[in-house]
Design a protein around this ligand. Structure first.
Ligand code: PLP
Length: 426
């Protein structure tokens, strides 16, 4: 038996439970595929950061792209979170959920004029600037609105986050951030611009990082820059260490000791006389991944000469991570059977792509009609879901002890084409 991601998920009398609710019962009631989240697991994960940082000036900005459901934003906003956004749409989501725009930081390499203007109107905490042309654009938009834009510069520290190449962002050959060597010049330029106010420095080196050392290496490089900026007369208010903290998908995945990491970073600040700076983090995955699971139903068992396929009603359209990154996701039976032998399966979906697989080489005791739960599915699951193959996106449920809240209705088939128009008769 492999691990459970968090105490909110466990077997009771062979039934997999989320808090006080049976997942098989939920699947029956709401249908599959279905996303389920534990409210207390979400808050526990957020509070790991809040607790360790409590006696330091800090802001934990949840990275919306991991899972942008309004109820999740609302819950985290009420718990004191700020937000890391990468589009105007994400800023609109924060506002719609009652989040505070003054706690929003805006990352991303492609901010449009419209998006910059919207963020300035909402008086966000800062723009994380990723290039000189972006800085120029922010200056000109701010000038046209007679505003001053608070900015931080996203530094590319050129450290290897030792993660999958598709989710590594802090190496020289990535599109993200400003080259380390060019950053002082960019700050000097920013300081001379009338509608720009420098507030911080940031980096984000990748995702699903399972070792502390890349963070510590990046921090040393960033702090060297902060000292050089001081010499130039540029004082900052915050240092943003980014997100990317990994979670345990496989038993063999290592986990970063968060207390040790954050205290080490804090120590580095103090050693350099920078203890007054606000520490910002931008976690996405580590807040929502463990809290969520994706429920699916076994539709067919297809035995071939070389392997057994378990065909389910979930697919790469609902969970793209295996198809995109060959990610390993844990899958469990929601009700344990003793009346059938476990077999080794490749779990696949109905989508017409060979990359439409969810899990390989899994021992499961399952019959057609049974439900399965893909665990650690709260991050980059629903937020990456598509309508490929005309598949309506699943409903989402938030569990709070025995209460179930529908936080997103299942899409209807008709809604898939509600923005489409027929040509009509000619
Ligand atoms: C995606 C992203 C994050 C969050 O990354 P996680 O791995 O989910 O913690 C934080 N900051 C930026 C700039 C991002 O692009």
């Amino acid at each position: 038996m492999t691990h459970m991601p968090c105490p909110q998920y466990r077997y009771e009398n062979d039934e997999l439970m989320c808090e006080k609710v049976s997942l098989s019962a939920l699947a029956k009631e709401f249908g599959t595929p279905l996303y389920v989240y534990s409210k207390s697991a979400l808050l526990d994960a957020f509070n790991v950061y809040q607790t360790i940082l409590q006696d330091t000036p800090h802001l934990v900005c949840y990275a919306l792209k991991a899972n942008a459901n309004l109820a999740i934003i609302e819950l985290l906003a009420q718990a004191g979170a700020g937000f890391d956004i990468v589009s105007g749409g994400e800023l609109a989501r924060v506002l719609a959920a009652g989040g505070n725009p003054h706690k929003v930081i805006y990352s991303g390499v492609g901010k449009t004029v419209k998006e910059i203007a919207f963020a300035l109107e909402q008086e966000i905490h800062c723009f994380n600037v990723e290039s000189i042309p972006e800085l120029d654009r922010i200056q000109s938009v701010a000038a046209s609105m007679d505003k001053v834009a608070p900015i931080s510069v996203r530094i590319n520290p050129n450290v290897d986050a030792k993660t999958h190449p598709y989710i590594s962002t802090g190496l020289k050959n990535n599109k993200f951030g400003v080259a380390y060597e060019d950053s002082i010049e960019l700050y000097k330029k920013a300081q001379a611009l009338p509608n720009i106010r420098i507030v911080g420095i940031d980096c984000h080196i990748g995702s699903q990082i399972t070792q502390a050392s890349p963070y510590l290496d990046a921090a040393d490089k960033i702090l060297d820059l902060v000292e050089q900026l001081r010499v130039e007369g540029i004082e900052l208010q915050h240092i943003d260490f980014g997100g990317g903290i990994g979670v345990r998908y496989e038993d063999r995945d290592t986990l970063i000791d968060m207390e040790h990491l954050i205290l080490s970073l804090k120590e580095k600040l103090h050693t350099r006389g920078l203890g007054h700076l606000t520490m910002i983090f931008e976690p996405g995955r580590s807040i929502v991944a463990n809290a969520g699971c994706l429920l699916m139903q076994a539709q067919y068992i297809k035995k071939t000469e070389v392997k057994n396929f378990l065909i389910t009603d979930a697919s790469m359209a609902e969970m793209a991570r295996p198809a995109l990154y060959e990610a390993w996701m844990p899958v469990y039976e929601t009700s344990k059977r003793s009346d059938c032998e476990p077999q080794t399966y490749e779990i696949v979906g109905p989508v017409c792509e060979s990359s439409d697989w969810l899990a390989k080489d899994r021992q499961l005791a399952v019959e057609v009609g049974d439900y399965l739960a893909m665990m650690v599915a709260g991050a980059y699951g629903m937020s990456m879901a598509s309508n490929y193959n005309a598949r309506p996106r699943p409903a989402e449920i938030m569990i709070d002890e025995q209460a179930t809240h529908v936080i997103r209705e299942r899409e209807t088939i008709e809604s898939l084409w509600c923005n489409e128009r027929l040509l009509g008769k000619r």
